[in-house]
Design a protein around this ligand. Sequence first.
Ligand code: FNR
Length: 360
Amino acid sequence: MAREPVNVSEFQQLAREVLPKMYYDFYAGGAEDEFSLKENVEAFRRITLRPRVLVDVSRIDMSTTVLGYNISSPIMIAPTAMHKLAHPEGEVATAKAAAACNTIMVLSFMSTCTVEEVASSCNAVRFLQLYVYKRRDVTAALVLRAEKNGYKAFVLTVDVPRLGRREADIRNKMVSPQLKNFEGLISTELESDKGSSVELFANSMFDASLQWEDIAWLKSITKLPILLKGILTGEDALKAVEVGVAGIVVSNHGARQLDYSPSTISVLEEVVHATKGKVPVLFDGGVRRGTDVFKALALGAKAVLVGRPVIFGLAAKGERGARQVIQMLKNELELTMALSGCPALKDITRTHVTTEKERL
Ligand code: FNR
C-alpha cells in the first residue's frame, strides 16, 4: 500500500523517491551554498508561540480575502515553474487542487500548461506571475491572454534580473524547459552541454534593465491589479507603494536567487511596517507547518504562499497529493489557532509570537 504522509516533510521524502534526481534537485535546490534555503526554514524554528488560554475555540474560522477574493484559509499556491516535470498533468492538476481547497493559485510565467488550459480546467481564482522579457511584446501578449481567460491579478516577480546560480542544476545539466506559453520562442540553442538550460533561457530572455519606472509600463497595458513579488526591505516596500502596486509579496524566491539574502520571515515585519497598511503584504519562503503560517500572520502577513510543498505533493500523488498538502497545512493552522486561543485570523496578533531577538 502506498504510504500516506502525515506532514509536508514526509511528502518531500516521497517526492524524492519518485522523481528523477535531476528534477528533484531542480525543485528542492537553492542558490550556491544554500544558506538562505536552510535559513528560510530554520528561522521559523527560532520563533516561538505565546498561546492564550480559556478562549472559546469551539469554532475556528480561517477564511479571509485577498484583493477582495474570498478564500478558505490564508494559504495560497506560489508560482513555481514546470509542474509537468513533477506530474504529467502539470499545472492543470495543481489548479484543480487549488479549486478543491478554495484557494488562489498563482500560475508561473514558466508554466508547462498554457494559461488557457489552466483556465478551462478549473474555477479556482487564478493570478498570473509575470517576468518582463526583453521583448516586451511577448510579455504584453501573455497579459492579454491572461485577461481574456479570467485571471484576476498579475504578480510581477522582481528578483530575477538574472537567474541565481543553482549549482545542482548546473551539475545535473538540467534541460528542457517545456514552456508552453511561449512555444516558438524556445530555441534549441538552449540545449547546452555547458550547464543548466533554465539559466541560459532566463538570462537570454529576461530584461535585466527593468527599473521602478517600468512598472508604469505594465500598469499602462492592464487594468488588473499588480503585485510585486521579491521585496525584502522596507525601502523597496515604500517604493512599491509609491508606484501604486496593489500588494507586495515578501519573498526571496525560495532562496533560489541571491544566497545570503535574509530568511523571509526575518524581514516580514520590516516590510509590513514600511507599508503602513496601505497594501496587503503576502509572504512566502519556508512555510512547512501550520505554525509557520500562524507566525507569518502574527508578524503582519495577510496570507502566505507555498511553493515546494505543493510540488512535492503533486510529484508524489498528482492532484490528490497537492490537495493533501494544502489540506494538511490548513488542518495544522486550524489546530494552532485553537491551541493559541485564536478563533479567527483577526485574533492572531503580534503578541502571539516571540522572535529570537526578543528572547535575547
Ligand atoms: C520557484 N519560484 C518561482 N517564482 C516565480 O515568481 N516564478 C517562477 O517561475 C518560480 N519558479 C520556481 C520554481 C521552483 C522549483 C521553486 C521551488 C520556486 C519561487 C516561488 O514562487 C516561491 O517564492 C518559493 O517557492 C517559496 O518558497 P518555498 O515555499 O518553496 O519554501
